[in-house]
Design a binder for this molecule. Structure first.
Ligand code: EPU
Length: 336
């Protein structure tokens, strides 16, 4: 493992221009267990699609670049595939569709890597990655000891998992095992926007993937062109009592049922506050989807984007008494 100095502008999807003093490309599975021997403070970087740097990291940045997919088991109906952490998420989804393996098609075009997908339990259009995960493997960062957690042990929730809680900062994920369908695919078109894009009433997994890709391209900016990290905030879950009060004040307030209350689309709240297209420094609220904050000028600093995020939070709080929680990890705040 060679330690080098590196600019990581191309390794974070906000495109924040930063120089890192100590950087390691982790390309070999055998290096995972050796990280503990470095005796360094480490910051793990996967696809860089869920992190906002407000300053250059002081830690040694480890960029996970391991590749590989292997079928661990299969029968007539299902295939179990172990995938290395450094594989690009969308390329993996497209590969599954080429093989006619179903389950992940609704998660097409999500930026990031396979190894980071379980951390925030990525989700879109009625599917969460946990629905297809069998187990997650990795190593203790301090101990170098391998671990394997079964789906149930990962404590998956809405944009949440054990890796954001008890195991935060303690582990490095090396691979994920997925269970996918080989036939009788469970096509999920529960989201009206998907149905509207499909011409066939019996769509294939490729049709669904193509519909998702089209919808995402219409609403969400391509991080290769405009820096962003997808949804900046989680959709808040509010108590039923507050929902009743707000619904009386704003009868058009959209909502989805949730186990612990009512889920409200944060994009709608931000939009209704008149913040679409609002700019601060080089940062802006995306015009087509208010839940996304963008590096509009391409030269925004992490603090420009963070200041905008705080302004959005304050405006939504003042107007709706709802506290928006950031989905994106802020460096260094989220890592302390
Ligand atoms: N809305 C507005 N204005 C906006 C944005 C949204 O009024 O500017 C309204 C929409 O009209 C709709 C509702 O809010 O009634 C929900 O919008 P949308 O379907 O776009 O989904 P979302 O709740 O904003 C979530 C995920 C996305 C995922 C989509 C589709 C979160 C935090 N975000 O967004 O995930 O793609 O659903 O399933 O749960 C991501 O995490 O990066 C991400 C893009």
């Amino acid at each position: 493992m060679k330690i080098i100095q590196k600019n990581i502008k191309n390794l974070n999807t906000f495109g924040i221009d930063l120089e890192v003093k100590e950087f390691i490309s982790l390309t070999d599975e055998s290096d995972f267990s050796k990280l503990s021997e470095l005796n360094k403070q480490i910051l793990l970087l996967g696809g860089g699609s869920n992190i906002l740097f407000t300053e250059a990291p002081k830690e040694c940045v480890v960029h996970i670049e391991t590749k590989g997919k292997s079928i661990v088991k299969q029968d007539d109906s299902f295939v179990y595939i172990e995938v290395a952490s450094g594989e690009n998420w969308h390329e993996f989804v497209l590969w599954c569709i080429d093989q006619n393996y179903g389950g992940l098609e609704n998660l097409s075009l999500i930026p990031g890597n396979v190894g980071t997908a379980p951390i925030q339990n990525i989700g879109a259009y009625g599917v969460e990655v946990k629905d297809c995960i069998i187990s997650v493997s990795g190593y203790g960062l301090e101990t170098g000891k391998p671990f394997k957690l079964k789906n149930k042990e990962c404590d998956f929730g809405y944009r949440n998992s054990i890796f954001k809680n008890e195991l935060k900062g303690k582990t490095i994920i090396s691979s994920v095992v997925f269970k996918l369908t080989k036939k009788a695919h469970q096509i999920n078109t529960s989201y009206g926007v998907i149905k509207a894009k499909l011409s066939s009433s019996t769509p294939s997994i490729r049709d669904v993937s193509n519909a998702v890709i089209t919808i995402r391209k219409e609403k969400l900016p391509d991080p290769n062109i405009i820096g962003n990290a997808g949804s900046f905030f989680k959709n808040p879950i509010i108590p039923n009592s507050l929902f009743r009060v707000l619904k009386e004040r704003h009868p058009e307030l959209p909502s989805y049922p949730s186990d612990d209350g009512v889920k409200i689309p944060a994009g709608w709240l931000i939009d209704k506050c008149g913040l679409k297209g609002y700019e601060l420094g080089g940062a802006s609220v995306h015009k087509k989807q208010a839940l996304v904050l963008i590096n509009k000028s391409g030269k925004a600093t992490g603090n420009d984007i963070l200041s905008l995020a705080k302004y959005v939070q304050k405006t939504v709080r003042d107007n709706y008494e709802i506290e928006l929680e950031m989905e994106v990890n802020i460096y260094p705040q989220s890592f302390r």
